[in-house]
Design a protein around this ligand. Structure first.
Ligand SMILES: Nc1ncnc2c1ncn2[C@@H]1O[C@H](COP(=O)(O)OP(=O)(O)O)[C@@H](O)[C@H]1O
Ligand SMILES: [Mg+2]
Length: 448
């Protein structure tokens, strides 16, 4: 689909497209790294490959033919900001590289807009990718770094009043060493110039255009790298952990900038990160990945409130959710056999749990849903192992008393409540914030 984007002024057409992944499988055969490196060398430049992705440096042992991506089905809507989040090694980069065309699929289909791109080389997929280790061309100015991709783009519409190519080349050559204002610019260079300036304005890097990369800070370099990707006006942006090299403050600033920029441009974006905070704050929707599979696809708060399984429950939220193995007795009682803990669940659970009588369950409760309380069987008796006073809140680590295999919990408490190491406390569980998981499958059970 082609849309005219007002903010870019006349002549700036922004193509936006949905990306559909159908049953995508990927396994690496042969020696680790072989294929990826070949492809990167062959096609790297065509997708504005700014650096070798970290996948090529990973050293973890891997048996051949192991499926790195399994049954990936995902529709990224037109103009959507989709975040792929998951622990290191779960296949995020491989998926992104497959979409870019740097990896061949073992099975399945990838659609960009209405085109099946499986067999298209990266260049023809109309996708721009930004990596963690952005490498700008060190000998080129910021301006030329941004213009580079545009100059390399094939075609170049000749307008009616342009000179023959040989004459243009002659003029360009003769005036090359003159100051910028006296240089002869072809129609194509003029168009490129306009584009570079729009992008520079958008990213607020206009004052930097004449600098070399070495004269920039990390954050500025990353913005230039983004500028290169944006300038090409692709149908889709792919970003692979683009902020990992920045310090915490800059990371959160740049995070906000990227989100704002994406809203302005409306370009379909797939953003990869291992950082759940980044995912929660940036994504329209988030796909949580683990071991090559999508565990859950949902809006940020839905992931937090209704995690589909224990993995998602633990991965989303910081500090992570606490878990306690418990025994269930119909209609509503849960107990922890190694301690005195006995809790009657709210009535809403009765139907969902009717097949779980005398079976084990996993109780999940977030650190913010435990409260300091009084001795009672429905509360947990704990001892304090660690106190982290953060100013606006205090996070304490505790373990359950009188158990052989200690269960540990993290609890968020108000900063004005003094807590001592080794202190004994009783914690109550917010009854409407309880999560339960099947002990075997680790799938969430929902009140019905
Ligand atoms: N070229 C390759 N050859 C073989 N295995 C690879 C290759 N690239 C990545 N892998 C493996 O695939 C898995 C997923 O890697 P990757 O996609 O880089 O994960 P992530 O980006 O989520 O950290 C890892 O186990 C990694 O070692
Ligand atoms: Mg990666």
């Amino acid at each position: 689909m082609v849309r005219d984007k007002g903010c870019y002024g006349a002549g700036w057409k922004f193509t936006v497209a949905q990306v559909v992944l159908e049953n995508v499988y990927k396994s690496f055969s042969g020696r680790k790294g072989e294929k990826a490196i070949d492809k990167t060398e062959k096609f790297g430049q065509e997708v504005e490959l700014l650096a070798l992705p970290e996948a090529l440096h990973t050293t973890s042992a891997q048996s051949p033919e192991q499926a790195v991506l399994r049954r990936i089905n995902l529709t990224v809507k037109d103009g959507e900001f989709m975040v792929l989040v998951g622990p290191s090694g779960c296949g995020k980069s491989t998926l992104l590289r497959s979409i870019a065309g740097l990896e061949e699929l073992t099975g399945g289909n990838i659609w960009v807009g209405d085109r099946l791109v499986n067999d298209l080389p990266p260049k023809e997929r109309d996708i721009a990718m930004v990596f963690q280790n952005y490498a700008l061309y060190p000998h080129m100015t910021v301006y030329d770094n941004i213009a580079f991709g545009l100059r390399r783009m094939s075609g170049g519409e000749t307008t009616e009043n342009s000179l023959p190519l040989w004459a243009e080349n002659l003029l360009v050559g003769m005036t090359r060493s003159l100051p910028k204002k006296l240089k002869y610019l072809t129609e194509r260079e003029k168009a490129i110039d306009a584009q570079v300036r729009v992008v520079a304005e958008l990213l607020q890097i206009e004052p930097l255009l004449d600098r070399l990369p070495k004269q920039l800070s990390g954050g500025q370099r990353q913005r230039v790298a983004l500028g290169r990707a944006i300038a090409r006006n692709p149908q889709v942006f792919l970003m692979d952990e683009p902020l990992s090299n920045l310090d915490a403050k800059l990371r959160s600033e740049t995070r906000a900038q990227i989100v704002k920029l994406q809203r302005q441009l409306g370009t379909t974006t797939i953003y990869v990160t291992h950082d759940q905070t980044e995912a929660m704050t940036m994504g329209d929707r988030i796909a949580v990945m683990n071991r090559g599979q999508i565990q859950q696809l949902a809006h940020p708060l839905e992931l937090y409130n209704r995690p589909a399984n224990r993995f998602v429950a633990e991965f989303i939220g910081s500090p992570p959710m606490n878990f306690l193995p418990v025994q269930f007795q119909a209609p509503l009682l849960i107990t922890h056999p190694q301690s005195q803990f006995r809790l009657t669940l709210p009535d809403i659970w009765q139907r969902a749990l009717q097949n779980y009588d005398r079976r084990p369950l996993i109780l999940g409760i977030r650190p913010e849903h435990l409260n300091l309380s009084l001795p009672a069987p429905k509360n947990l008796q704990v001892r304090v192992d660690l106190v982290e006073a953060l100013g606006n809140e205090t996070v304490i680590s505790v373990h359950l008393r009188e158990t052989s295999a200690p269960s540990t919990f993290q609890v968020r408490i108000a900063p004005d409540r003094p807590v001592l190491l080794g202190e004994e406390l009783w914690l109550s569980i917010a009854p409407d914030k309880i999560h339960l998981f099947d002990a075997q499958t680790e799938m969430a059970i929902w009140p019905r």
